[in-house]
Each structure stands twice: as structure tokens, then as C-alpha cells.
Design a binder for this molecule. Structure first.
Ligand SMILES: NC(=O)c1ccc[n+]([C@@H]2O[C@H](COP(=O)([O-])OP(=O)(O)OC[C@H]3O[C@@H](n4cnc5c(N)ncnc54)[C@H](O)[C@@H]3O)[C@@H](O)[C@H]2O)c1
Ligand SMILES: O=C(O)[C@H](O)COP(=O)(O)O
Length: 525
């Protein structure tokens, strides 16, 4: 009988469903990482919320683990590349807590508009501060949404009901979808200049990290009020404190922090600052929804092999699996590569199968490319919803098959249309099994796309590789593999390095500062 550990506080419905479905279950919450490492080897499944950090160390100790189920949306507490490398499926429940979280954002907006927490504290302290709390109406004010996905669009709907004007910055929001939502799609600078309230609803990615940086916060309208119910790390917390102190920002409400649990913080005690302890998803309705959903999905997977809402594994029939699965792994890596290397809206993505690749079922291949691509923008994509999400983002998806072989016996090429023109990457399967990148933006390379990687475009000149190697060595970053490609001697060169640890933002800045570097990016697969 498979055995599951529930390691974060979860509605009792989850345990009940596991038992009803023939899965043994233990509920042990509040364990330290070391304690979890000591017991995780016994379990086939791990059901979590945001408190348990599923690190590589835990996955390495999880010798029987087959599935991690996140009762909620954000999976930034799970090392997905490490889980994928170990063949552990990671699932989430993309919609179960969206309404609840949107309502929390609206609640915090009112808390700021009317200074409810402080007014409550002073009233109950016996001061009857009737003249101390002049609020503002939200009616007629402009709400700036950063991120208009599931939660952002529910917030927009509620705000429109409150007679607010809603503007949204989301590079992946199609004009049609913006009209459907009743919001005005704007650039970030416009949003910063115009919004009376700003609310964040994006995942934490390399593009969104620090999106409200000191520089961007300084561009906001004087008197703005800011709400973050998405992820810590989207706002520069120190700059927020300075601008609250100076009075430029009239109020800020955070449900999420860079470091959680946030038991001490420079923002605590700042006037017009409201904090909640990551309560966005904490209603009985949402917790019942996500508990039922995660337990059903995990039990399905453990008992029948059915895969739903998997972030790193496709749905596929048992007969075609052996032939198609290696192509799906290649497709997902190529999609993820172009996604990580692209910025802005992508109106078209083309998937070209050549040689043996043209003979297998294209549907899972196309879905895998789209899932890999979109995962760089949203946590909620999976093999099932990737084509739908691509359509919603206004992306045209083209499929081309050429049964004739080219240079390779089998080849997949993924091309995207960008402002700078068509850009493409291509890969093959070595031994019909092992995914390998063979071309990147017109330059021949040969690389595994796995784990943490560093991508550098530089001017091909003597001594560069040595300088880069020394810089990584001084930072204690070990290079696993090293791949080099160039158009011509002395021209533009591409370096792809696999490294044992993630490249930190500090180290990346140092790489970018090396002479001759045109672009440097940290990638992960
Ligand atoms: N506080 C909580 O308890 C709580 C609860 C649920 C979800 N969340 C978090 O809220 C976030 C949003 O959840 P969701 O379900 O709406 O996700 P979603 O994937 O449906 O929407 C995210 C949106 O962000 C947009 N986006 C991506 N990159 C962007 C960028 N650079 N600039 C602007 N927009 C960008 C995407 O296009 C997408 O529309 C997630 O991080 C999730 O983990 C927090
Ligand atoms: O991403 C989510 O679903 C939320 O952050 C909720 O987190 P929680 O399950 O820990 O409340």
C-alpha cells in the first residue's frame, strides 16, 4: 500500500480521502529539514503547502518518493529541476484558492484605505481616536494590477464592482483578454504613474523579482497604496520602508515576505503598514478545495498512474509512452529554453518535427513545448492547460512535420517570433533517448539542458574563458559541463555551462561586468 506524508497543516479531508482511496497516510507537521530528511525515505508521496521546503537534499533522501502534491498554487518551495531529475512528479491545485486570495487582496486594500488595523487597535486601547483616521474612498480610484492571471482577474472583477478603474501590466495578457476582463492594458511605467492602489499577482520569477524596485517605487504616484498577496521578493522591502517613512507611499499591506516566517522585520511598526502572515489562501472554503483536490490527484497517481495538474510530467497513454516520452522531455527543455531567453509577448511559436520525430504523436510534443515555454511565466501551467493558456495569451501555435531526415536522424526545432525577428533552437535525441540541444539561435552547439545553467553571449576573444572560469571558481561555483559555439572565429560566441549550484543575482552581475560579455543569464531546467 503506498504511503503519503502530509507535512504541512492541511484540512482533514485530505487524510480522509487518502484512506478511502487505499493510501496509508501520516500527518506530521512542523518538522525541521533534518527531521524530514530522516523520515522521508519511507514515503511514496509528500503532500505540502508553502511551509515545507522540498529541497534537493530532501529529494535526495526521498528514495521511494514518486509524487509531491502542493495543496495550493505556488511551487517556489519545491526544487522542480531536482524533482524532475529524480523522476518525482510535482502537482499543484491551480484554482482552489484563487477566489480566497483575491478577496484577501481586496480586504487589504480596504484595510489601507480606512486604516482599519490601527483604528481598531487604538479604539480598543480606549483612546476613541475619531479624528485620527481620515480615510479615502476606493470608488473612482485607479487600481493597478501587476499580473492579470487567475487571481489578478478575480481582483479586477471585484474592483470593477466597487466602481474602480482597473489598469493592468502583464506582458502576456492579450488585448482581447484585457477587453474581456474590462481592464486597460498598460506598460509598467504608466501603471506606476497612474495607480492610486497597486496590487501584485505574479509568480516570483527572474523577470518579476524586485519588479517594485527602489527605482520603480520612486516612479509611483504620491499617495499610492500597495498590496502584495503574491510572493515576497516582488518588492524591495527596504525601499518600501523609506518611501512609507517619507510619506510618498501612503500605505502598504504585505501578506508575503522575502523571508518567511517573518517574525522580525524593519517594516514592523511603520505607520500605515499592515501585515498578515501569508494568510492569502487561509479560508475554510479554499483549504477544503485544495485538500480534496491534492489528495484526489495524488491518490489517482499512486493507485492508477493518472496524472493531473502535473508541473513536470505529461499525460500520456501507456502504449505510446516509451516512444513519445523522450521527445516530450526534449520538447519541454527546448520550450523552457526559448521561454527563459525571450522577453515580452510572443505572438507566434512554431514546432517543427523532422525525421523520426515527425512519426510520433505530435500533440504531447506540442503541449510539452508550450508547457516548458509558459512555465517561465506562470506556476499554473501543465500539459493539459498549456495550449489553452497559449491561446489565451494570443499566441499562434504552428506545427510543421517533415518526414525526410536532415542532418540528424531525428530533430525538433522550436521557433518564436519576437520583436527582433524569428529565433529558433533545435535538439535531437541521442540513442533515441537522451535529449540534446544542437542549435541555439543559428549557432551550432551541443549541450544537455539540465539543472542549473549559465548562458553567456560574448565577443570571441582569447582569455575570456579563463576569466569566466576564475570568476566562477572564486565564487565557489563548480562547473559540470561546458559547451561553446560560435558563428566564426573572432565573431559572436555562445557559452552554455552547467553548474552545480544556482547562479546568484550577485554572481550574474559580475559575469555581465566581464569585458566582452553581451548577455548573461541564469537558466534552470
Ligand atoms: N498569499 C497567498 O497565500 C497566495 C495564495 C495563492 C496564490 N498566491 C500567489 O499568487 C501568485 C499569482 O497566482 P495566480 O494563480 O494568479 O497565477 P497565474 O499564473 O494565473 O497568474 C500570474 C500572472 O502573472 C503574469 N506575469 C508573469 N510574468 C510577469 C511579468 N514579468 N510582469 C507582469 N506579469 C507577469 C502571467 O502572465 C500571469 O497572467 C502566485 O505567485 C501564487 O503563488 C499567493
Ligand atoms: O501559492 C499559494 O497557493 C499560496 O501562497 C498559499 O500558501 P499556503 O498554502 O501556505 O497558505
Amino acid at each position: 500500500m503506498p504511503k503519503v506524508l502530509i507535512s504541512d497543516k492541511m484540512d482533514p479531508k485530505a487524510a480522509q480521502i487518502f484512506r478511502e482511496r487505499g493510501v496509508e497516510v501520516d500527518e506530521i507537521t512542523g518538522k525541521t529539514p533534518e527531521e524530514l530528511i530522516a523520515i522521508i525515505g519511507e514515503y511514496d508521496g509528500l503532500a505540502i503547502r508553502s511551509s515545507t521546503k522540498v529541497t534537493k537534499a530532501i529529494l535526495d533522501a526521498a528514495t521511494n518518493l514518486k509524487v509531491v502534491g502542493r495543496a495550493g498554487i505556488g511551487v517556489d518551495n519545491v526544487d522542480i529541476p531536482a524533482a524532475s531529475a529524480k523522476g518525482v512528479v510535482v502537482m499543484n491545485t491551480p484554482f482552489g484558492n484563487s477566489i480566497t486570495t483575491a478577496e484577501h487582496a481586496i480586504a487589504l486594500m480596504f484595510a489601507l484605505a480606512r486604516q482599519l488595523p490601527e483604528a481598531n487597535a487604538q479604539t480598543q486601547a480606549g483612546t476613541w481616536p475619531k479624528n485620527g483616521f481620515m480615510g479615502v474612498e476606493v470608488t473612482g480610484k485607479t487600481l493597478g494590477l501587476i499580473g492579470a492571471g487567475n487571481i489578478g482577474s478575480i481582483v479586477a472583477d471585484r474592483a470593477l464592482g466597487l466602481r474602480m478603474k482597473v489598469i493592468a501590466f502583464d506582458p502576456f495578457l492579450s488585448p482581447e483578454r484585457a477587453v474581456e476582463l474590462g481592464v486597460e492594458k498598460v506598460e509598467l511605467d504608466q501603471l506606476l504613474a497612474r495607480a492610486d492602489f497597486i496590487t501584485l499577482h505574479t509568480p516570483l520569477t527572474e523577470q518579476t523579482r524586485n519588479i517594485l524596485s527602489a527605482e520603480n517605487l520612486a516612479k509611483t504616484k504620491k499617495g499610492v497604496r500597495i498590496i502584495n498577496c503574491a510572493r515576497g521578493g516582488l518588492i524591495d522591502e527596504a525601499a518600501l520602508k523609506d518611501l512609507l517613512d517619507s510619506g510618498h507611499i501612503a500605505g502598504a499591506a504585505l501578506d508575503v515576505f522575502v523571508t518567511e516566517p517573518a517574525k522580525e522585520h524593519t517594516l514592523f511598526g511603520t505607520p500605515n503598514f499592515v501585515a498578515t502572515p501569508h494568510l492569502g489562501a487561509s479560508t475554510s472554503e479554499a483549504q477544503v478545495n485544495v485538500a480534496i483536490q491534492v489528495a484526489e490527484q495524488m491518490a489517482d497517481f499512486l493507485m492508477t498512474g493518472g496524472v493531473t495538474n502535473a508541473l513536470n510530467s505529461p499525460s500520456i497513454s501507456a502504449e505510446e509512452a516509451p516512444r513519445v516520452k523522450p521527445y516530450m522531455a526534449l520538447a519541454e527543455k527546448l520550450g523552457s529554453l526559448v521561454g527563459q531567453l525571450s522577453t515580452g509577448a510572443i505572438p507566434r511559436i512554431s514546432i517543427h518535427s523532422e525525421g523520426a520525430a515527425a512519426e510520433v504523436n505530435q500533440k504531447p510534443i506540442v503541449s510539452a513545448v508550450l508547457a516548458g515555454f509558459l512555465r517561465t511565466q506562470t506556476d499554473t501551467v501543465n500539459m493539459v492547460n498549456a495550449p489553452f493558456l497559449a491561446k489565451e495569451r494570443g499566441m499562434e501555435v504552428r506545427e510543421v512535420r517533415t518526414e525526410r531526415e536532415g542532418d540528424y536522424h531525428t530533430l525538433l526545432r522550436v521557433s518564436v517570433k519576437t520583436d527582433a525577428g524569428e529565433r529558433s533552437v533545435a535538439g535531437t535525441l541521442f540513442g533515441n533517448r537522451a535529449p540534446r540541444l544542437v542549435e541555439l539561435f543559428g549557432i551550432k552547439v551541443e549541450a544537455d539542458l539540465a539543472g542549473h545553467m549559465l548562458y553567456v553571449v560574448n565577443e570571441d576573444a582569447p582569455g575570456f574563458i579563463g576569466r569566466l572560469g576564475s570568476l566562477l571558481g572564486e565564487a565557489g561555483v563548480n562547473i559540470g559541463t561546458f559547451h561553446l559555439g560560435r558563428r566564426e572565429a573572432g565573431g559572436e560566441a555562445i557559452l552554455l555551462l552547467s553548474v552545480d549550484e544556482a547562479v546568484t543575482p550577485d554572481l550574474l552581475a559580475k559575469v555581465k561586468a566581464l569585458g566582452g560579455v553581451k548577455t548573461a543569464m541564469a537558466l534552470s531546467f
